[in-house]
Write a protein of this length. Structure first.
Length: 268
């Protein structure tokens, strides 16, 4: 078995982080270390983690807040092994996640990264599955055009080599939302991506999470349009994506503001 380092960023998740960590430690394919990158939590996260009696758990408290992307980058720097997997402190892996991904990768070594489907839950109730496997979208191989338009890759489903992580440039620490989407695009620019068509992650959502911050969402969508503008244009996805963003903004009652934001981001 190849050794694996799991990177788990956290911020004020003392109420649920034990569950996330235990879903890693109980994997049918054993992992060799779980690196907790605590992004300056103000709760008792460290105390809670100290109750887990397993030498594979390595806890680090960052000296200053760097956001989820920065915490993941920090964790990769501390990883001892060449294979890395990402997790989030409020989510759960299914017991055979790593086993299923490793088995798939052995059959398809050409992929630079492997991800899987996952379930979105609210208060324990399944809301929907991502990606929608009935949509007809291409989910494997050269999926850059699809990723430019819409993200299907949840960071806590990702398994990859550390070398490829660095080749892609890691997570953009200037982004405080959608940094996982941006990272997936950067990997897809360089490598085909593999997909295990099974639910291997349960994502626990709340109405107050980062993903519900509309201002940050639109700002980072516009930033990504500028950052990957060449790829959007080359793949014929630029106009389609702009129209999609504007349609969302109209639904949210923010059309005028987002039109100005797009113009501002694309003017330089």
């Amino acid at each position: 078995m190849e050794p694996i380092s799991v990177i788990l960023p956290t911020y004020n998740r003392s109420h649920c982080i034990q569950r996330a960590v235990r879903s890693v430690l109980t994997q049918s394919y054993p992992v060799q270390e779980v690196i907790i990158a605590d992004d300056c939590s103000q709760d008792n996260t460290e105390e809670v983690l100290s109750r887990i009696n397993d030498t594979r758990v390595r806890y680090y408290r960052l000296p200053q807040n760097r956001g989820a992307g920065g915490a993941r980058n920090f964790g990769v720097e501390k990883a001892r092994y060449d294979l890395i997997a990402f997790h989030d402190s409020d989510d759960e892996w299914v017991e055979n996640k790593i086993e299923r991904q490793m088995a798939y990768w052995e059959k398809h070594p050409e992929f630079g990264m492997i991800y899987s489907a996952y379930e979105m839950l609210l208060a324990g109730v399944i809301r929907h599955e991502v990606p929608d496997r009935s949509s007809g979208r291409k989910l494997e191989g050269n999926i850059l055009p699809e990723l430019l338009y819409q993200n299907t890759i949840g960071a806590p489903t990702v398994l990859m080599k550390k070398q490829i992580f660095y080749e892609a440039g890691g997570f953009d620490e200037s982004m405080h939302s959608l940094e996982d989407w941006d990272f997936a695009i950067k990997v897809a620019k360089k490598y085909p991506i593999g997909f295990v068509p099974e639910v291997l992650l349960k994502v626990n959502t709340s109405d107050g999470g980062v993903s519900s911050n509309k201002a940050a969402y639109y700002q980072n969508r516009c930033y990504m349009l500028r950052k990957h503008r060449t790829e959007y244009l080359e793949n014929g996805m630029f106009d389609k994506t702009v129209q999609y963003i504007l349609k969302q903004a109209e639904t949210d009652g923010l059309l005028a503001q987002i039109e100005k934001m797009i113009m501002l981001y694309l003017s330089y």
